[in-house]
Design a protein around this ligand. Sequence first.
Ligand SMILES: CC(C)(COP(=O)(O)OP(=O)(O)OC[C@H]1O[C@@H](n2cnc3c(N)ncnc32)[C@H](O)[C@@H]1OP(=O)(O)O)[C@@H](O)C(=O)NCCC(=O)NCCS
Length: 144
Amino acid sequence: MTIRQWKFEDILSLSELEEQCFSNDRWSYRTFASCYENPAFYGIVAVDGDEIIGYAGITVAADSADIENVLVSERYRRAGVGGKLIESLVSHAVKSGVKSIFLEVRVSNVPAMCLYLKYGFAGNYARTRYYSDGEDCLVMKKDV
Ligand SMILES: CC(C)(COP(=O)(O)OP(=O)(O)OC[C@H]1O[C@@H](n2cnc3c(N)ncnc32)[C@H](O)[C@@H]1OP(=O)(O)O)[C@@H](O)C(=O)NCCC(=O)NCCS
Protein backbone atom coordinates (compact mmCIF):
# COMPACT_ATOMS: atom_id res chain seq x y z
CA MET A 1 0.00 0.00 0.00
CA THR A 2 1.32 3.42 -0.90
CA ILE A 3 0.10 6.91 -0.15
CA ARG A 4 0.34 9.67 -2.73
CA GLN A 5 -1.27 13.02 -3.49
CA TRP A 6 -4.59 13.06 -5.42
CA LYS A 7 -4.48 13.51 -9.17
CA PHE A 8 -7.38 15.09 -11.05
CA GLU A 9 -8.08 11.76 -12.79
CA ASP A 10 -8.62 10.08 -9.37
CA ILE A 11 -11.75 12.12 -8.69
CA LEU A 12 -14.22 9.78 -10.37
CA SER A 13 -12.91 6.84 -8.30
CA LEU A 14 -13.06 8.97 -5.14
CA SER A 15 -16.69 9.94 -5.71
CA GLU A 16 -17.58 6.27 -6.43
CA LEU A 17 -15.89 5.17 -3.21
CA GLU A 18 -17.75 7.89 -1.33
CA GLU A 19 -21.05 6.68 -2.78
CA GLN A 20 -20.36 3.09 -1.65
CA CYS A 21 -19.51 4.14 1.91
CA PHE A 22 -21.74 7.09 2.89
CA SER A 23 -25.52 7.35 2.75
CA ASN A 24 -25.74 10.92 4.13
CA ASP A 25 -23.79 14.10 3.37
CA ARG A 26 -21.66 12.40 0.78
CA TRP A 27 -19.24 14.43 -1.32
CA SER A 28 -20.12 14.79 -4.99
CA TYR A 29 -17.76 14.77 -7.95
CA ARG A 30 -18.14 18.56 -7.99
CA THR A 31 -17.08 18.86 -4.30
CA PHE A 32 -13.97 16.76 -4.95
CA ALA A 33 -13.19 18.87 -8.04
CA SER A 34 -13.49 22.15 -6.13
CA CYS A 35 -11.21 20.79 -3.37
CA TYR A 36 -8.69 19.81 -6.04
CA GLU A 37 -8.69 23.38 -7.36
CA ASN A 38 -8.25 24.92 -3.89
CA PRO A 39 -4.51 25.59 -3.32
CA ALA A 40 -5.00 25.36 0.47
CA PHE A 41 -6.34 21.81 0.15
CA TYR A 42 -4.06 18.77 0.31
CA GLY A 43 -5.68 15.51 -0.77
CA ILE A 44 -4.10 12.07 -0.56
CA VAL A 45 -5.04 8.57 -1.64
CA ALA A 46 -4.02 5.12 -0.37
CA VAL A 47 -3.38 2.82 -3.31
CA ASP A 48 -3.10 -0.97 -3.48
CA GLY A 49 -1.87 -1.97 -6.96
CA ASP A 50 -4.12 0.03 -9.30
CA GLU A 51 -6.94 0.36 -6.79
CA ILE A 52 -7.66 3.42 -4.68
CA ILE A 53 -8.56 1.94 -1.27
CA GLY A 54 -8.85 5.12 0.77
CA TYR A 55 -8.47 8.85 0.73
CA ALA A 56 -8.27 11.85 3.00
CA GLY A 57 -7.89 15.59 2.77
CA ILE A 58 -6.96 18.60 4.83
CA THR A 59 -7.27 22.37 4.34
CA VAL A 60 -4.57 24.59 5.80
CA ALA A 61 -5.47 28.16 6.77
CA ALA A 62 -2.78 30.26 8.51
CA ASP A 63 -1.94 28.55 11.81
CA SER A 64 -4.69 25.93 11.83
CA ALA A 65 -5.87 23.14 9.56
CA ASP A 66 -9.12 21.18 9.13
CA ILE A 67 -9.27 17.51 8.22
CA GLU A 68 -12.13 17.38 5.72
CA ASN A 69 -12.54 13.69 5.08
CA VAL A 70 -11.01 10.30 5.77
CA LEU A 71 -12.39 7.14 4.23
CA VAL A 72 -11.15 3.58 3.74
CA SER A 73 -12.87 1.06 1.46
CA GLU A 74 -14.81 -1.46 3.61
CA ARG A 75 -12.71 -4.45 2.46
CA TYR A 76 -9.49 -2.78 3.67
CA ARG A 77 -10.57 -1.54 7.10
CA ARG A 78 -8.83 -2.44 10.38
CA ALA A 79 -5.51 -2.91 8.59
CA GLY A 80 -3.88 0.40 9.44
CA VAL A 81 -4.80 2.32 6.26
CA GLY A 82 -6.82 5.01 8.08
CA GLY A 83 -3.95 5.51 10.51
CA LYS A 84 -1.43 5.96 7.68
CA LEU A 85 -3.72 8.54 6.03
CA ILE A 86 -4.03 10.50 9.29
CA GLU A 87 -0.25 10.37 9.88
CA SER A 88 0.33 11.71 6.40
CA LEU A 89 -2.14 14.60 6.84
CA VAL A 90 -0.65 15.50 10.24
CA SER A 91 2.84 15.47 8.74
CA HIS A 92 1.67 17.83 5.95
CA ALA A 93 0.08 20.16 8.53
CA VAL A 94 3.26 20.22 10.63
CA LYS A 95 5.37 21.03 7.54
CA SER A 96 2.92 23.83 6.73
CA GLY A 97 3.57 25.36 10.15
CA VAL A 98 0.12 25.00 11.71
CA LYS A 99 -0.37 25.00 15.48
CA SER A 100 -3.67 23.07 15.68
CA ILE A 101 -5.60 20.59 13.56
CA PHE A 102 -9.41 20.36 13.83
CA LEU A 103 -11.98 17.88 12.51
CA GLU A 104 -15.68 17.14 12.85
CA VAL A 105 -17.10 13.70 13.48
CA ARG A 106 -20.63 12.35 13.95
CA VAL A 107 -21.21 11.48 17.60
CA SER A 108 -22.33 7.96 16.52
CA ASN A 109 -19.17 7.28 14.49
CA VAL A 110 -17.25 5.16 16.98
CA PRO A 111 -14.62 3.79 14.53
CA ALA A 112 -13.67 7.30 13.38
CA MET A 113 -13.59 8.71 16.92
CA CYS A 114 -11.37 5.83 18.07
CA LEU A 115 -9.08 6.43 15.09
CA TYR A 116 -8.75 10.14 15.90
CA LEU A 117 -8.21 9.47 19.63
CA LYS A 118 -5.45 6.99 18.77
CA TYR A 119 -3.68 9.68 16.73
CA GLY A 120 -3.80 12.30 19.49
CA PHE A 121 -7.04 14.21 18.82
CA ALA A 122 -9.27 15.08 21.76
CA GLY A 123 -12.89 16.24 21.95
CA ASN A 124 -13.08 20.04 21.98
CA TYR A 125 -16.80 20.93 21.76
CA ALA A 126 -20.05 19.69 20.20
CA ARG A 127 -22.31 21.25 17.56
CA THR A 128 -25.93 20.24 17.96
CA ARG A 129 -27.97 19.10 14.92
CA TYR A 130 -24.99 19.81 12.70
CA TYR A 131 -25.73 17.19 10.04
CA SER A 132 -28.65 17.22 7.59
CA ASP A 133 -30.29 14.27 9.40
CA GLY A 134 -30.15 16.15 12.75
CA GLU A 135 -27.18 14.30 14.26
CA ASP A 136 -24.72 16.23 16.45
CA CYS A 137 -21.04 16.50 15.64
CA LEU A 138 -18.07 16.50 17.94
CA VAL A 139 -15.26 18.90 17.02
CA MET A 140 -11.91 17.30 17.84
CA LYS A 141 -8.56 19.06 18.02
CA LYS A 142 -4.89 18.12 18.04
CA ASP A 143 -2.15 20.61 18.89
CA VAL A 144 1.03 20.04 16.90
C1 LIG B 1 -12.83 5.48 10.29
C2 LIG B 1 -12.05 4.72 9.22
C3 LIG B 1 -11.43 5.72 8.25
C4 LIG B 1 -10.93 3.92 9.92
O1 LIG B 1 -10.08 3.36 8.91
P1 LIG B 1 -9.24 2.01 9.17
O2 LIG B 1 -8.29 1.84 8.03
O3 LIG B 1 -10.15 0.88 9.45
O4 LIG B 1 -8.43 2.40 10.49
P2 LIG B 1 -7.11 1.68 11.07
O5 LIG B 1 -7.09 0.24 10.69
O6 LIG B 1 -5.92 2.50 10.70
O7 LIG B 1 -7.39 1.79 12.63
C5 LIG B 1 -6.68 2.71 13.46
C6 LIG B 1 -7.40 2.78 14.81
O8 LIG B 1 -8.71 3.31 14.62
C7 LIG B 1 -9.59 2.69 15.57
N1 LIG B 1 -10.63 1.95 14.87
C8 LIG B 1 -10.73 1.74 13.52
N2 LIG B 1 -11.86 1.05 13.25
C9 LIG B 1 -12.48 0.82 14.42
C10 LIG B 1 -13.69 0.16 14.79
N3 LIG B 1 -14.50 -0.41 13.85
N4 LIG B 1 -14.04 0.13 16.10
C11 LIG B 1 -13.25 0.71 17.04
N5 LIG B 1 -12.08 1.33 16.75
C12 LIG B 1 -11.71 1.39 15.46
C13 LIG B 1 -8.74 1.79 16.43
O9 LIG B 1 -8.25 2.56 17.50
C14 LIG B 1 -7.60 1.45 15.47
O10 LIG B 1 -6.42 1.10 16.13
P3 LIG B 1 -6.14 -0.46 16.48
O11 LIG B 1 -6.26 -1.20 15.18
O12 LIG B 1 -4.77 -0.43 17.06
O13 LIG B 1 -7.24 -0.87 17.44
C15 LIG B 1 -12.96 3.71 8.47
O14 LIG B 1 -13.70 2.97 9.41
C16 LIG B 1 -13.94 4.37 7.50
O15 LIG B 1 -13.60 4.62 6.35
N6 LIG B 1 -15.16 4.63 7.96
C17 LIG B 1 -16.20 5.24 7.08
C18 LIG B 1 -15.86 6.67 6.73
C19 LIG B 1 -15.84 7.55 7.96
O16 LIG B 1 -16.68 7.42 8.85
N7 LIG B 1 -14.87 8.47 7.98
C20 LIG B 1 -14.72 9.42 9.07
C21 LIG B 1 -15.52 10.65 8.79
S1 LIG B 1 -15.32 11.81 10.13
